[in-house]
Design a protein around this ligand. Structure first.
Ligand SMILES: C[S@@+](CC[C@H](N)C(=O)[O-])C[C@H]1O[C@@H](n2cnc3c(N)ncnc32)[C@H](O)[C@@H]1O
Length: 346
């Protein structure tokens, strides 16, 4: 595209980010309103039928459906709407919309104001961040955690998930590993705790899984009253790092292993590589990690590099038993790293 091209051609090119901005928000609404689920279940529906089903305003709904038809996510035949193939294909990627739109849209809107010195933190929707992250984790971090857990066969009988979000890990692990007798989730978002309790009840796991509404530090300082043999911290250490600094993370990890010397820790983090041209040339690097990196310093989170974390683990006297990356079939950036740690045996 050169400056000699027509104004209109340059305009169309320049406003493509606006088109995608509005589209991402409205795909999020398609999921969150339950419209996606209704269309998926019932096939083809008229706007009047959908409006009746969801108690919606029929004229606004008609425009919403028409908008998504024009973008190729819905089909309209004889005045009835259904999901197009493109619409159906997007379902498995819903968690990315939950996290980046539901969780961080409000953050991105505050970026300009929060660039100013002393302007404080931007807000985010913690429940949506947790739910979105747990949904993404089903594809990457949960298999990674399982692979790390398998390095200590049969050992996980009491699992503690710090920063458990909507409880997805706890449900998946308890269903997959019958040797887990008891599991606990600790989560500072009250809304996420409610979601987790509902998911646990839906899966009939109330007797094995317990949710505590607290931060990891508060739970540790409360005396805990439980004796886990595995602790999972999926994308949570960078939260504690932002909230309490490196000294806070060191104190947290050291106290955990001092209290439970046989404990295995699984830590999943995203490597801070936003200045790596190689990482940012990767499709997933620019589509996901670039906006992901952007949100963190505005919301009291501090992503770090692998050498940083490995140095900090060494300072805490922790041994890296295993280090692995997400399955490259799912994410080949190599940006998501998992550590299995423990206190060295004397
Ligand atoms: C990115 S989500 C990760 C959710 C899930 N662990 C996963 O791996 O997908 C971060 C979670 O950590 C929680 N969190 C934030 N600060 C925390 C803290 N100090 N202690 C424990 N959890 C915290 C958030 O509420 C959120 O649910």
């Amino acid at each position: 595209m050169s400056a000699t091209e027509s104004f209109e051609a340059r305009l169309i090119d320049a406003i493509q980010p606006l088109r995608h901005y509005v589209l991402s928000i409205n795909l999020y609404h398609l999921f969150e309103t339950g419209l996606f689920a209704s269309l998926s279940e019932k096939g083809s529906l008229s706007p009047a039928q959908i409006a009746e089903l969801h108690g919606m305003d029929a004229s606004r709904l008609r425009v919403f459906l028409g908008y998504l038809r024009n973008e190729g996510y819905l089909k309209e035949v004889d005045g009835k709407f259904s999901l197009s193939d493109q619409g159906r294909r997007i379902e498995e990627f819903r968690p990315w919309y939950t996290m980046l739109v539901g969780g961080y849209n409000e953050t991105y809107m505050q970026v300009g104001e929060k660039l100013k010195q002393g302007s404080g933190w931007a807000s985010r929707n913690l429940e949506q961040v947790g739910t979105g992250s747990c949904g993404i984790s089903r594809h990457d971090a949960i298999p990674l955690t399982r692979s790390l857990m398998a390095k200590v066969p049969g050992k996980c009988t009491r699992l503690l998930d710090m920063g458990c979000g909507n409880g997805r890990y706890l449900v998946d692990f308890c269903e997959a590993l019958p040797e887990i007798q008891a599991a606990w989730g600790v989560e500072p978002s009250a809304e996420s705790c409610r979601e987790a309790a509902q998911m646990i009840a839906r899966h009939g796991l109330q007797d094995r899984v317990h949710i505590v509404n607290a931060s990891a530090g508060e739970f540790l300082r409360s005396g805990m009253g439980i004796e886990p043999d595995f602790v999972v911290l999926g994308f949570v250490l960078h939260e504690i790092l932002g909230q309490e600094g490196a000294a806070g993370v060191r104190a947290f990890l050291t106290q955990m292993v001092a209290r439970f010397p046989d404990l295995h820790l699984i830590i999943i983090e995203v490597d801070q590589q936003m200045d790596s041209a190689r990482a940012m040339q990767h499709g997933l690097g620019i589509a996901y990690y670039n906006p992901y990196y952007l949100a963190h310093p505005f919301t009291q989170q501090c992503l770090e590099t692998q050498p940083f974390w490995e140095g900090l683990f060494a300072e805490c006297g922790l041994e890296v038993v295993a280090k692995e990356y997400t399955d490259p079939q799912v994410d080949s950036t190599g940006l998501e790293v998992g550590y299995l740690l423990r206190k060295p045996r004397s």
